[in-house]
Design a protein around this ligand. Structure first.
Ligand code: AMP
Length: 125
């Protein structure tokens, strides 16, 4: 079920639980501002999620409330993960689903990195 991204942050969500160490994750990168781990249900040969460590529901919430350091840290973490996995030359897809129409299911901001084969044209059906 997609979530309403206008609701306040609820720290019982799955990614908050991963950040607290209550649920396992296949972590590939971590720093002060961000955590990256493999998606549990990969939609491409490589499918990684990058999340900010702060409590933000969506891109909108993050861009409005996060500090400059948090925003820079998250953006740099996404780039670092892509470089660490050798994705710059072959390319990759970066996606954030927001709210109901975006079919966001987990109410903690996350960027999907899809890679590992030609991904085809973007579908926005
Ligand atoms: P979204 O529709 O953008 O909210 O995507 C949520 C993503 O989180 C989906 O691709 C799920 O497969 C993924 N996911 C859900 N639970 C877990 C988990 N415990 N560990 C890793 N990925 C997860």
């Amino acid at each position: 079920m997609p979530i309403d991204a206008t609701q306040p942050y609820n720290d019982s969500n799955i990614f908050a639980r991963i950040l607290r160490g209550e649920l396992p994750a296949k972590t590939v990168y971590e720093d002060e501002f961000a955590l990256a781990f493999h998606d549990i249900n990969p939609q491409a040969p490589l499918h990684i999620l990058v999340i900010p460590k702060g409590a933000y529901v969506s891109w909108d919430d993050f861009s409005a409330r996060a500090s400059d350091a948090e925003i820079a840290g998250f953006v740099r973490a996404v780039g670092q993960v892509a470089r660490d996995h050798g994705l710059v030359a072959p390319g990759y897809r970066l996606l954030a689903n927001i709210g109901v129409d975006g079919h966001q299911e987990i109410p903690h901001l996350h960027a999907h990195i899809f890679a590992g084969h030609p991904l085809g044209p973007m579908l926005a059906r």
